[in-house]
Ligand binder design. Structure first.
Ligand SMILES: Nc1ncnc2c1ncn2[C@@H]1O[C@H](COP(=O)(O)OP(=O)(O)OP(=O)(O)O)[C@@H](O)[C@H]1O
Ligand SMILES: [Mg+2]
Length: 327
């Protein structure tokens, strides 16, 4: 088997909580707390979970827009976490991000041409004439026209702006795109168009995606595998089909109960969770989900369940499946 394109091991991000007159550290927000996963070349890994569970923090650590508190990220054979700032700048050519709100991430005072040219300038790709040609080429690739180059972000619709955000991410010919809720701000009808575009681009340009979303409905179609995060942990990670047909973690089951099922013959057992997500500054002991879990056992508040494969390609971090694990 070939090595995965991206390997994440024991990744953590704790943000200090400071306060008082002297700005002393009063505690820590455990935004991401020991997660591990891999992404194979050419596939899409979906990452889902409720607001605040650490999805964006994870994405930003992979690009080292944020430095991890602990853990290792290996991309294309290089350990990113040990690269110097200038080596990391070079590596960023191969990893790009697409954001939820393209309007906030596109400078309103710059023309589209200038916005799309910037990554080429930063990475010193081509001469001015080639850069211009590339901008026009990529505008067409994402379904816009070269005459759009002279316009400004406010002259576009939300869906068009996201196409520009995608074009900007593609300018350096990256291998991996981390898309953080790329369609969450768009109308449902536009969401499908942007998702289709992303799939076409993946096929044509041989891209690898990490696709972050808060609901399981959006990622199903585009993902080969899906990881479900809860309060900084990975609760379950499986092939898309197996995750949707046979969710194992009570949290995944609850999330899926909220997604409408297209097949009326198919009756899914409904799992309803109570209460709100606890604070990541003071997460529950043991399994972080135990305070809301309808199947809670004694062990759940005492021991952290580890993410382990219980069926081929299907891993879950839950004490209910302790017996099915390889010892
Ligand atoms: N710079 C920061 N300083 C302190 N706390 C932070 C910082 N960035 C994120 N957090 C906290 O870390 C936790 C995880 O945040 P993150 O943005 O990764 O969540 P998310 O899963 O992307 O949520 P959403 O679905 O709302 O985008 C949250 O509790 C958040 O408040
Ligand atoms: Mg986020």
């Amino acid at each position: 088997m070939t090595e995965p394109l991206l390997k994440v091991e024991g990744l953590k991000k704790y943000f200090p909580i400071t306060g008082g007159l002297l700005g002393r550290t009063k505690g820590q927000v455990k935004a991401v707390d020991d997660i591990s996963f891999y992404v194979n070349e050419g596939e899409t890994l979906g990452i889902v979970g409720e607001s605040g569970c650490g999805k964006s923090t994870t994405g930003r650590m992979l690009m080292r827009l944020l430095d991890p508190t602990e853990g290792k990220v290996t991309f294309d054979g290089k350990e990113l976490t040990s690269l110097s700032a200038s080596e990391m700048r070079k590596a960023r050519r191969d990893i790009q991000m697409v954001f939820q709100d393209p309007y906030a991430s596109l400078n309103p005072r710059h023309s589209i041409e200038k916005i799309l040219m910037e990554p080429l300038n930063v990475h010193n790709i081509g001469d001015p004439k080639e850069r211009k040609r590339k901008v026009h080429e990529f505008l067409e690739i994402v379904g816009l026209s070269s005459y759009h180059a002279k316009r400004y972000p406010h002259q576009f619709s939300g869906g068009q702006r996201q196409r520009i955000g995608i074009a900007r991410a593609l300018m350096t010919n990256p291998k991996l795109i981390i898309a953080d809720e790329p369609v969450s701000a768009l109308d449902v009808s536009i969401q499908a168009q942007v998702l289709n575009l992303m799939q076409d681009l993946q096929r044509d340009l041989k891209l690898t995606y990490i696709f972050i979303a808060h609901d399981l409905g959006v990622v199903r179609h585009i993902s080969d595998r899906v990881g479900v995060m809860y309060l900084g942990n990975m609760a379950e990670l499986a092939d898309t089909e197996s995750l949707y047909e046979k969710p194992l973690h009570p949290y995944t089951q609850a999330l899926l109960s909220a997604v409408p099922v297209p097949d009326p013959e198919f009756v899914r057992e409904e799992v309803v969770i109570k209460g709100d997500v606890p604070s990541p500054a003071n997460p529950p002991s043991g399994c972080r989900f135990h305070t809301r879990c309808p199947f809670k056992m004694d062990i759940c508040s005492q021991e952290i369940p580890r993410l382990a494969e219980v069926e081929p390609g299907h891993s879950v971090a839950c004490h209910l499946y302790e017996e099915s694990r390889p010892q």
